[in-house]
Design a protein around this ligand. Structure first.
Ligand code: HPA
Ligand code: ZN
Length: 324
């Protein structure tokens, strides 16, 4: 089964580029940019990873970003992820990036997006992996800051497929960003938002995503299973759910295989993803293999899960058919 999973052509719809920053690259960039790290070796850094909830992860995730300074740093980050994904037979990826986490440190939007874009083009040409970019707003920053960054993105609209919303959910409901997401939709961008597992007011957040923001997908969304009404809406609207088993495990001590079984049974468009693979020490194959083992999914069910990622991808029908 492991070989079968590894060989399957795959797509990934929920991966944060900054969450693919491997400790080795972190140390190389720190040396190049004269940034001091709190740990002496990549191994010591990994040993310090102690994630038990979203905030405990986010503080380490943001602190590590200081090594990303110039265009080539963002190029290397992106090219390294796409190389790894391609080596796992991922043919297509939709990549989140967090521009506010960089502009707030004095790194320009242009530096970030140009470095990423150049790596996407080179990886498609040299490795054959296609990718598209999703601009994520940090929900613990203001709606004005998010709108400002959407405006910064206007000259680069052709490089973006959609917008997302991530970071700390406490007191930061989807509705806070209604105007920003309405504007993004008007600009022709697809919409998604994080509703991480077991966060505060999670059912209200999911409901706002669907009814007020009118998202095209939901990131995570596992708690929707607690509401028949939300499950029906997600199914009827064919909204993809980008679930991240290993990421969930840090919060709920399970790969949420029971929940994924329930979603399949309810015919919901559930997909499997890695989220922040360098931190959670699991890329897409490792997520799929661990999930299959915990939940004893059949080969057919694994094919359905992987096929769902292509179905829920933000690609035109013609391109999709080439993969399906
Ligand atoms: N949840 C919320 N924000 C994030 C995540 C996540 O899993 N990864 C990076 N930013
Ligand atoms: Zn995420």
């Amino acid at each position: 089964m492991q070989t079968f999973i590894e060989k399957m052509p795959k797509a990934e719809l929920h991966v944060h580029l900054e969450g693919t920053l491997e400790p080795e690259l972190s140390f190389a960039l720190a040396a190049k940019n004269g940034v001091e790290l709190a740990y002496k070796t990549p191994e010591a850094l990994i040993a310090a990873y102690d994630f038990h909830d979203l905030p405990s992860f986010l503080s380490i995730y943001y602190a590590a970003m200081h090594v990303l300074v110039d265009e080539d740093d963002f190029y290397q980050l992106t090219y390294q992820y796409l190389t790894k994904a391609s080596s796992q037979n991922t043919l297509y990826a939709e990549l989140f990036f967090d521009p506010q986490a960089h502009t707030s440190r004095g790194v320009s939007f242009d530096t970030v997006i140009t470095g990423i874009r150049k790596a996407q083009i080179d990886a498609e040409e040299k490795l054959g992996i296609k990718s598209q970019l999703i601009l994520c707003f940090l929900r613990d920053m203001s709606a004005e800051s998010a709108m400002g960054h959407l405006m910064l993105a206007i000259p680069y609209l052709k490089w973006l497929v959609g917008v997302g919303l991530d970071s700390d959910e406490r007191n930061n409901p989807p509705i806070k960003f209604a105007e920003v997401f309405a504007k993004a939709k008007q600009l022709g961008l697809k919409l998604t938002m994080h509703c991480d597992v077991n966060q505060s007011n999670t059912l209200t957040h999911i409901e706002q995503c669907i009814n007020d923001i009118e998202v095209d997908r939901i990131d995570h969304g596992v708690n929707s299973l607690e509401s028949d009404m939300l499950c029906k809406l997600i199914k009827d609207k064919k909204l993809g759910l980008t679930v991240c088993p290993v990421s969930n495990q840090f919060v709920v001590q399970s790969l949420t295989s029971d929940e994924i079984h329930s979603m399949l049974k309810k015919d919901m468009l559930v997909t499997i993803n890695s989220d922040d693979p360098a931190y959670f020490r699991a890329y897409l194959n490792e997520n799929l293999v661990a999930l299959q083992q915990e939940g004893k999914f059949t080969q057919d069910q694994m094919v359905t899960l992987v096929g769902n990622s292509f179905t829920a991808a933000w690609l035109d029908e013609q391109t999709k058919q080439r993969y399906l």
